[in-house]
Design a protein around this ligand. Structure first.
Ligand code: ATP
Ligand code: MG
Length: 257
């Protein structure tokens, strides 16, 4: 199963990726997190790694070289990529958790991030998973990645929605785009919810836009603190809430529990 976690900037995508990954690990899945956000670089820390893996962009000679190869049909030589094929340099491993990074914008004036979108798309297309392997993709904020076709081989999209209405509007756009390319499993997960009243109001806003809510994660002080301290959230309500959300996602996506 390949799940993309999308949503407005700062809505909690990387946090939801981390919570999902940890919960799936606890259920004996092997979890690959794909860092497809070219701007933020701290995901590896949130997932408990000491160092980030070398970005896949380096595997194809960096952004400049990829740009030259963009007109060719294939950027990576193999038709299928299994997790075993990825070298340890590019695949960080911790217990059953694995992390790959597509690439980061590092230099001023280095140009747009389109090549990284191409690489993300091609990598996800070729990525071949076994039954006990899950891929969770931390997308960049907003909707641009849909324009680059990154989601063409994704089977489910999880839209993270936090209280501001702008976040609901971005969710609506993502829902339209994801459904438009034929993805059947498109759900919202509401996050940073401060009260039941706000949860109900957010659910109503989403229902009016025909977006199904698959889970609700309350504002969690430990999650918030962990992001400042650069560590995995260890306790708190969000971890328990994810225990209910993941089985729902897996069963709706047709995975065995
Ligand atoms: N349920 C939650 N409870 C408390 N704080 C949260 C929760 N979810 C996310 N946060 C906090 O919100 C902030 C943004 O979260 P996160 O980095 O996961 O968002 P993002 O959508 O990945 O952001 P970006 O668009 O920059 O990649 C962080 O400080 C994080 O700790
Ligand atoms: Mg993020």
């Amino acid at each position: 199963m390949k799940t993309a976690v999308c949503g407005k900037g700062g809505s909690g995508k990387s946090t939801i990726v981390t919570l999902l990954a940890n919960e799936a690990l606890g259920r004996d899945y092997k979890v690959l997190v794909v860092d497809s956000d070219e701007s933020n670089s701290g995901l590896y820390r949130m997932l408990g790694f000491d160092h980030p893996p070398v970005p896949l962009m380096e595997l194809v000679g960096g952004k400049k070289s990829l740009k030259q190869k963009m007109s060719q049909p294939s950027i990576l030589t193999e038709n299928h990529i299994s997790l075993q094929d990825i070298s340890s340099q590019h695949l960080a491993r911790r217990d059953g958790l694995m992390l790959v990074s597509i690439g980061k914008i590092l230099q001023p004036l280095e140009g747009c991030a389109c090549p990284m979108g191409v690489l993300s798309r091609e990598f996800l297309k070729k990525l071949t998973l076994k039954a006990d392997e899950l891929a969770i993709v931390d997308m960049e904020a907003g909707v641009e990645h849909f324009g680059r076709g990154v989601e063409t081989s994704i089977d489910s999209v999880l839209i993270v929605v936090e209280p501001p209405l702008e976040s609901v509007n971005v969710a609506q756009k993502i829902h339209e785009l994801a459904s438009g390319i034929g993805i059947k499993n498109v759900w919202a997960i509401i996050n940073k919810v401060p009260s039941e009243e706000i949860a109900t109001r957010l659910k109503t806003e989403l229902r009016e836009r025909y977006i199904e809510v698959i889970g609700c994660i309350y504002f969690d002080a430990d999650v918030f603190r962990s992001s400042l301290e650069g560590r995995i959230p260890v306790n708190g309500v969000a971890i328990h809430e994810m225990k209910e959300v993941l089985p729902r996602i897996l069963s709706r996506a047709g995975k065995e529990l």
